[in-house]
Design a protein around this ligand. Structure first.
Ligand code: NAD
Ligand code: ZN
Length: 250
């Protein structure tokens, strides 16, 4: 087993107000490709060409086909040990919040409930005319593009695309929590999308210790107090084993 830094294990044991921030990397070992890693291409298209309002305006069918393919991949995937440790943390810490950029739904399937999905999720369609949310049936969809069950307007995937703004209510909720956080664990995000680094920086400004888990150095390094350069599915259970082995020490 890896030897982790004592101050990191100490923080994991003694903190009570804890946030976890996750990106696509935590689901990589569940078989869901990250956008920029291997398998990130679909029919020769890069994600940045499809996950945009312009792509949807140009060709809604193509964008819906891609999302249907992604939903199919997610439906077959299963939560991995890292998702399960994050769910266990929610039961362990008195104050806990998971902020995820992931849209795959695996955190909920692993049991997480205190969760903000800042990029939305793949399992709902949102009407571009009336805003109604429709839960999507199992993949593959019978009809593409998806039309609104309320008004028959064109629906879009309920996700935040490149170039779009976040829901300010969700960001406020995250920022309020991070203002009194002792510990932030950032897992599997490159920081190419700036929000995880910004959120971790806010928490650090309020005195939080920041742990970064990623097999590859990333922009999160600029804010991390400890960088654990391992895959999430290996690092999280190993770390958590050392924390829980302290028994009732906290
Ligand atoms: P990203 O910018 O979050 O980068 C992925 C990061 O994960 C990289 O830094 C990579 O080194 C790291 N990583 C790879 N394997 C890992 C592992 N086993 N354990 C820990 N870290 C690992 O994600 P992106 O792919 O560039 O996507 C940009 C946006 O799209 C993000 O918001 C992302 O969350 C979202 N997205 C979500 C999903 C999903 O819901 N599963 C999949 C693709 C993209
Ligand atoms: Zn509608």
């Amino acid at each position: 087993m890896e030897a982790y830094r004592e101050d990191t294990i100490g923080r994991l044991r003694s903190s009570s107000h804890v946030a976890v921030i996750t990106g696509a990397g935590i689901s990589q070992e569940s078989g869901i490709p990250t956008f920029r890693g291997p398998g990130g291409l679909w029919r020769e298209h890069r994600a940045e060409e499809l996950a945009t309002p312009e792509a949807f305006a140009r060709d809604p069918n193509l964008v819906w086909q891609w999302y249907d393919w992604r939903r199919g991949v997610c439906a077959k995937a299963r939560p991995n040990p890292a998702h399960r440790v994050v769910a266990a943390m929610e039961g362990f810490y008195p104050d806990f919040l998971l902020i995820t950029q992931n849209v795959d739904g695996l955190h909920r399937r692993a049991g997480s409930e205190k969760i903000i999905e800042i990029h939305g999720n793949l399992w709902f369609a949102r009407c571009t005319r009336c805003g109604n949310l429709d839960e999507l049936p199992a993949t593959p969809l019978e009809a593409i593009p998806v039309m609104c069950a309320q008004c028959s307007g064109l629906s879009r995937p309920n996700v935040v695309w490149f170039g779009e703004t976040y829901d300010p209510v969700l960001i406020d909720e995250a920022l309020r929590f991070l203002a009194s956080t002792d510990l932030v664990i950032v897992i599997g995000t490159s920081g190419m999308v700036p929000i995880p680094v910004q959120l971790a920086t806010v928490a650090k400004g309020h005195g939080a210790f920041v742990i970064d888990v990623n097999p590859t150095p990333s922009a999160v390094g600029s804010v991390a107090d400890d960088f654990i350069q391992e895959k999430a599915g290996e690092a999280l259970p190993a770390l958590w084993g050392q924390v829980s082995s302290a028994g009732e020490a906290r």
